[in-house]
Design a protein around this ligand. Structure first.
Ligand SMILES: [Zn+2]
Length: 335
């Protein structure tokens, strides 16, 4: 360390850098994580930040409590007024079509060998949105080969049994979510799908024709939540999507669950980084503004205008930085 002047200076610079790195890694507190998460969220993810970092559904004190908001099932037998949820179907990328409601997303990913449906909505929406939506888009529901369920809550999985029984589609779900699904009574809304493909903690890949979907196990929101990395085509360019399969903290408050959620977000961030993802998607339109973006994608784009879903890798990674920090903040706040 005491060699010539220049090396000595370099050593000081390196040592100072190391010191500042160390101080940046001082033990995180709920407040420091809140600040970091807010910064990471920026404007793009402000709504999600407020939902999970400021007023999480499972907040111990002063929150909404329980699993009310974004709940998993509407009141038994009730169908909300169609005017409050129905959305037209939209072609959003060359190979990806929005067939969701104004509130919940469902997507049709087209391949050279058929269609993959990602999430299936409440039972009352599967027919008007997915089945009729595909036909409006000149796609054939009989071409549905796979149905990917991000997690076993009614707002995403109640349509699965119909697509399986009517079209022979194979339903894909995480191990733990199959376990809870198969315990439902036969009279459950939408019926109960039969177990087809079950994905464990290591994830898997699903290939159909010219398209490969990387399935990443991201337990937390539910024990079997799955997330996805897949390609979309946009005017001759290929973009990679990171699709986050579970977001809200509407699970019982337990330190371990927040840790699992946090680690899942980091794992998905690494998969997104490795794939060079520049599109972030979610399965509630409030988290990725899917309904707005689907409609914006219909408008003509001038030279230099980017697709309403296209961002850059750094922006995609900021989403996961925020979700991981919010989960860690809640973990620290939980006894
Ligand atoms: Zn859910």
């Amino acid at each position: 360390m005491t060699a010539g002047i220049k090396p000595h200076l370099l050593t000081i610079v390196a040592f100072t850098a190391a010191l500042s790195t160390t101080s940046a890694q001082a033990p995180a507190t709920p407040d420091s994580l809140l600040v970091a998460a807010k910064r990471a969220a920026g404007q793009e993810y402000a709504g999600t930040f407020l939902r999970i970092c400021v007023a999480p559904d499972n907040a111990a004190v002063g929150g909404r409590g329980g699993a009310g908001r974004g709940g998993t099932t509407p009141g038994a037998g009730t169908v909300p007024d169609r005017a409050t949820w129905y959305a037209r179907p939209y072609k959003v990328f060359d190979n990806l079509y929005f067939v969701g409601t104004r509130i919940h997303s469902a997507w049709a990913l087209t391949t050279s060998q058929g269609i993959v449906i990602i999430d299936t909505l409440f039972d009352y929406a599967v027919e008007p949105e997915i089945v009729e939506g595909l036909m409006t888009l000149k796609l054939n529901p009989r071409d549905i080969k796979y149905v990917l369920i991000s997690h076993a809550h009614g707002d995403h999985d109640q349509g699965a049994a119909l697509l399986q029984s009517r079209y022979g589609a194979k339903v894909v779900m995480g191990d733990a979510d199959w376990a809870s699904t198969l315990q439902r009574p036969a009279t459950a809304a939408g019926g109960v799908p039969k177990r087809d493909i079950s994905v464990g903690a290591d994830g898997t890949t699903l290939a159909l024709g010219d398209t490969t979907i990387q399935i990443v196990a991201t337990p937390g929101h539910t024990p079997g939540t799955l997330s996805y990395i897949f390609p979309v085509n946009e005017g001759g360019r290929r973009l990679m999507v990171a699709y986050s399969g579970g977001t809200a903290f509407n699970f019982p408050r337990q330190r371990e669950t927040f840790a699992v959620y946090r680690d899942s977000q980091r794992r998905l961030a690494e998969a997104a980084r490795a794939a060079g993802a520049t599109v972030l998607m979610s399965n509630h339109t409030e988290f990725d503004r899917a309904y707005d973006r689907a409609r914006l994608a219909q408008l003509p784009r001038g030279a230099g205008d980017v697709h309403p879903y296209e961002t850059d890798l750094a922006t995609v990674l900021r989403y996961f930085e925020m979700t991981a920090d919010c989960a860690e903040a809640q973990r620290l706040l939980t006894n």
